[in-house]
Design a protein around this ligand. Sequence first.
Ligand SMILES: C[S@@+](CC[C@H](N)C(=O)[O-])C[C@H]1O[C@@H](n2cnc3c(N)ncnc32)[C@H](O)[C@@H]1O
Length: 267
Amino acid sequence: MHAISNIQIYLDRMAKPLAEKLKIAHYVPEHVDTILDVGCADGVVSAALADMFPNAQVVGIDLNEEFIKRAKEQWGDKKNLRFECVYLRELLARPARYDVVVFCSVLHEFYSYGEGISSVLKALSDAHEVLRPGGRLLIRDMILRGYTKEANLYCLSITEKIKAKEESHFIKDFEEQFGKLDTLYTLNHYLLKYWYKENWERESKEHYTPVTFEQYEAIFSLLGMKEQINHSYTIPFLEQKWKDDFNLTEDELSTLRSTGILVAEKV
Ligand SMILES: C[S@@+](CC[C@H](N)C(=O)[O-])C[C@H]1O[C@@H](n2cnc3c(N)ncnc32)[C@H](O)[C@@H]1O
């Protein structure tokens, strides 16, 4: 995996929107026995889930040893929570099956640091396999709808506002990698990315929005899963930030919906 130049900044950034991330908890069944949190980092979301569902056993897994070490140090006292540094794939050979598998802000990293869509496909089919029948897959990530790749409503005015404020080399870096800021797709992506300049070397290359809602739905359909929720919105904090930083109007903001929640059930 690409080195994270400042681990603490990365982890603080992950932990900040915790309340926002925990919207996924609405989709965890009340009487859940087991939850698997894939890509748990230092375990902030896993620990919150363990508190919210005290009768459930929560397992957080990640490939980053340092993160798992920190998770164990920080949350080691919780009886219904454990962490392991292990590939999701390795769990297939074990007998444990889960009621809920969570991917919170993770699948875009599987895509970026793995083998693109093939890594996302594999992760979701592995998750399907480790779920019990009737179990739920919860995905929360930066997800755009397919139409945004063509749509350009308000793009000209938004791009002008961004270019007036941003140093041009950041935009150049982005456009070289992901294409011109002339569709809702690339604009949304840039607006999600521009404020992470501390780890720019890594962040600028990471694809934040690689898989559309429609592509996730195609994967659910291939796996024979039943989609239960498909929700997209903008985090209020981000809307306010874009207003403050670029003076975006309500009309312009109304075109930007970049946080996605998907819930699918194993039949
Ligand atoms: C952006 S963080 C999200 C952390 C946490 N889920 C949260 O929402 O706060 C992404 C995490 O996914 C992990 N990750 C990336 N690719 C992975 C893979 N193939 N298998 C397991 N974990 C992975 C990274 O190590 C990192 O901890």
